[in-house]
Design a protein around this ligand. Structure first.
Ligand code: ME8
Length: 500
């Protein structure tokens, strides 16, 4: 089945930070998991390059917006392979193909009668590129997110008749209780709708850094509509000569952070309805990674933890694992180097890494490097029953933290199994040969199963381990525990997570 998943696209007014890495890694984990299940996955990420935040940042550095966008987009693009992100395309909203298609779709919205000209007056945050309503503004007229002064703006805009989609959006939410997940974000979006929708700006008159409004070239489109449309436009040109829109639209999952909920769960479906396009199936909302000071990690607050530092010190898989393990999906979580180190040492090195090396070393030592062609332990097998199906159900709700916890319990179970069976004692006694065979076969199988399930989180380490185990294939059918590894030849494995 076609399965289309996206991240939000990042502003290029700054360089990538851990929040961006977190979202890309989580989305990548879901994409990889779905590929294992045999889905026909298309995974999109990219950069959001127009609008005031980028134009302002560029001018502050004495650059043209395009120059800043080029420089930073390259850094975002380079980050993807460094994080082992398996995206199928990287969109830049300055791609001419994107810009043309934005014009096409929004012209249709205009032709369908959903746009009118009016005057907007309100408090505006240039960093959010968004007007703020009175009740969200902080004391002293500050932006609730960036804590910078808001400006009073009055200008002639084209407006999108969001208010006329009130009923259809209410119906969308009523009929699709999993449209937004987790539930508390569904409730938040739904109450926003129920509180009564107002029309929103579709264009900016004073700005030139954007996609030109085709029916009035003195305006550019409001950056949010240009940006949201990336999810749709990318499919048209990601594979030259092969329009993927039919195959993948509507998107299955949009993965986003909680600060951009309103745009994705209210403006976006309404805009698609206005353009007569199907709406996405699910919007998965994650929380914020917080700095050591407990505040949102953001460029403007200057409390950003550098993902490269964690990768340099512990490796990419350790960063991926740490973020997926320590920050509960859908909630905020404080992150720091000390906690990353603890996870690395206590779980990656001592639990999983150690289990892997012990298993391979014992098979080498006691059975000449061949996984014994024996049955697997039934009692141990019971602890794996239903695991793959439960993990899959959790991924269907983007419960990637909970799924990891469930898998990790099996990593611990396998370590206990080693202690219980003490293969080194069995090896001393010829009469225990059959028991040793069963123990080693079960361990090899258990390690193989947890590794197949851990692939979305730590693809490179799992690859190395499965190769060393002589087990190939990441397919989800292989995530069931059974006596299939027998006869495989193991090869030496360098420590996956060496002591630092
Ligand atoms: O919002 N923790 O871009 P962006 C977790 N261009 N996630 C974080 C985060 C943090 N500290 N900081 C940011 C934009 N994010 C728009 C999106 S989509 C059509 C346009 C997340 O660079 C944030 O929630 O500010 C968002 O999902 C993504 O990173 C990009 O943020």
């Amino acid at each position: 089945m076609p399965f289309y998943i996206t991240t939000a696209i990042s502003y290029v007014n700054g360089v990538p930070h851990l929040g961006h890495a977190y979202e890309a890694i989580a989305t990548d984990a879901i994409a990889r998991h779905m590929r294992q299940r045999g889905e026909d996955v298309f995974f999109l990420t990219g950069t959001d390059e127009h609008g005031e935040p980028v134009a302002d940042a560029a001018h502050a550095q004495g650059l043209e917006p395009r120059a800043l966008a080029d420089r930073n987009a390259e850094r975002f693009q380079a980050l993807m392979p460094q994080l082992e992100i398996s995206n199928d395309f990287f969109i830049r909203t300055t791609d001419p193909e994107h810009m043309e298609r934005v014009q096409e779709v929004l012209q249709r919205v205009y032709d369908n009668g959903h746009v009118y000209k009016g005057v907007y007056e309100g408090w505006y945050c240039p960093r959010c590129a968004d007007f703020k309503v009175e009740n969200e503004i902080l004391e002293g007229n500050l932006c609730p997110i960036h804590e910078i002064p808001l400006t009073r703006e009055r200008e002639e805009n084209y407006f999108f008749r969001l208010s006329s989609f009130q009923e259809r959006l209410e119906r969308l939410f009523a009929e699709h209780p999993t449209f937004v997940m987790p539930t508390h974000h569904y409730n938040e979006a739904r109450s926003f709708i129920l509180s009564g929708l107002q029309d929103v700006s579709l264009s900016r008159a004073r700005l030139t850094w954007g996609v030109t409004v085709p029916w009035d070239p003195s305006h550019v489109f409001y950056v949010w509509f240009d940006a949201l449309l990336n999810y749709y436009t990318a499919l048209g040109y990601a594979r030259p000569g092969n329009d993927l829109t039919e195959r993948y639209w509507p998107a299955n999952y949009h993965v986003i952070g909680k600060d951009i909920l309103k745009f994705h769960t209210v403006f976006w479906p309404a805009m698609l309805m206005a353009a007569e396009l199907p709406v996405p199936q699910h919007v998965f909302v994650h929380g914020f990674l917080l700095g050591a000071d407990g505040r949102k990690m953001s460029k403007s607050l200057g409390n950003v933890l550098d993902p490269f530092e964690v990768m340099d010190q512990y490796g990419t898989d350790a960063l991926r694992f740490y973020l997926m393990r320590d920050v509960a999906w859908g909630s905020d979580g404080a992150v720091g180097m000390d906690a990353a180190r603890t996870r690395y040492e206590s779980e990656l090195a001592n639990e999983y890494g150690n289990l892997a090396s012990r298993t391979i070393a014992m098979i080498s030592r006691y059975r000449d490097g061949v996984v014994p062609p024996a049955g697997t332990d039934e009692v141990l097998g019971r602890d794996f029953e239903g695991l793959a199906a439960t993990v899959a159900r959790m991924f269907d709700r983007a419960d990637i933290t909970q799924a990891l916890e469930l898998i990790w319990q099996r990593v611990r179970r396998l370590n206990r199994y080693v202690e219980e069976r003490a293969p080194w004692q069995l090896a001393r006694d010829a009469e225990s040969a059959a028991a040793l065979d069963e123990t080693l076969a079960s361990l090899a199988e258990g390690v193989r199963v947890v590794s197949v399930l851990l692939h979305p989180y730590m693809p490179a380490s799992v690859d190395k381990l499965l190769t060393a185990l002589g087990a190939d294939g990441l397919g989800y059918a292989g995530a069931a525990f059974g006596p299939r590894g027998s006869g495989a030849r193991v090869t030496p494995l360098e420590p996956l997570f060496p002591k630092r």
